[in-house]
Design a protein around this ligand. Structure first.
Ligand code: KMH
Ligand code: ZN
Length: 276
């Protein structure tokens, strides 16, 4: 089987130190979290920026600082910036980190409820806007799909030429308002994408490790991290992002799946090597 790409979503926009003190906010905290995750086997860092008090931001300068800090410690790791940002941000705000020509970024493929009154808005025009920007700059995208309709949207926009090959999906399952992350959900999505596409799973909360197991056994890839899940196991908070990556690396070992280096991940995903 191909090697396993582990992505670590180290901080996100919705989790806070009040929920788990290990959630990193500051530049040194995020730098350390990324470095530790990389040492534990993560080849991709899914990056959100936050201010020192934890406020999510898509500020270009803050992203540049974070990218420089991560590169200092882990020069070859793939940095995937978020164009999702936080609920309520405008399209132009969300697109700001793309101005830095990152190597990789997320492309969220549809709208969904995000708990309470929150709606994470990704209209068809939003998706086409971000895809076009990324195509122009040669930024590799990960297609974030929170439910089956998002997969269909990505495939439709691929057919129309807005979303280019190679297709790499990320099934983000278990969001309060999205699709659940049961085995049947995983299989439905996996069977819905073309055979030559790659995919990763990101299970929210309790879905993180069961979904990681399904993906590892079926040739898929895995995202873990405090953005998605704060617990190492039931009632036990993770002490760090590193612990979550180590746990998934342990599962990979159990199933005899080798872990990809960043360079190997680039080849698996069909990316050109470019650092931004
Ligand atoms: N924070 C969520 C509203 C992404 O990174 O592209 C959106 C998100 C997706 O995390
Ligand atoms: Zn994110």
């Amino acid at each position: 089987m191909n090697k396993l790409i582990i992505t670590c979503a180290i901080t996100g926009a919705e989790v806070a130190k009040s929920m788990n003190p290990a959630v990193p906010y500051t530049v040194p905290e995020i730098q350390e979290a990324a470095y530790e995750a990389y040492l534990a086997g993560a080849s991709i860092i899914h990056l959100h920026a936050r201010l020192d008090d934890g406020t999510p931001t898509q500020d270009r300068k803050r992203y540049q600082e974070l990218i420089n800090a991560i590169r200092e410690k882990a020069p070859d790791v793939i940095i995937q910036v978020s164009t999702g940002g936080a609920v309520g941000m405008t399209r132009s705000e969300r697109g700001a980190p793309l101005e830095l020509d990152p190597e990789m970024a997320t492309l969220d493929c549809g709208t969904l409820n995000f708990g309470g009154d929150d709606i994470f808005i990704n209209t068809e025009n939003d998706i086409i806007h971000f895809a076009t920007l990324m195509n122009q700059k040669g930024i590799h995208y990960e297609l974030e799909c929170f439910e089956k309709g998002h997969v269909d949207m990505a495939l439709r926009l691929n057919k129309k030429g807005f979303i280019k090959d190679p297709l790499h999906f990320s099934f983000v399952l278990g969001v309060n308002g999205g699709m659940t992350g049961e085995e049947r959900d995983f299989r439905f999505l996996k069977d819905s994408i073309p055979a030559n596409a790659t995919f990763s799973v990101a299970g929210i909360g309790r879905y993180e490790f069961p979904l990681a197991r399904y993906a590892i056994q079926t040739g898929g890839h895995v995202r873990v991290g405090l953005e998605d899940n704060l617990y190492l196991e039931k009632n036990v908070l993770a002490k760090s992002n590193r612990e979550l990556v180590e746990k998934v690396a342990g599962i990979a070992k159990e199933f005899g799946r080798m872990i990809a280096t960043p360079e190997e991940a680039r080849v698996i995903l069909g990316m050109e090597k470019r650092h931004g």
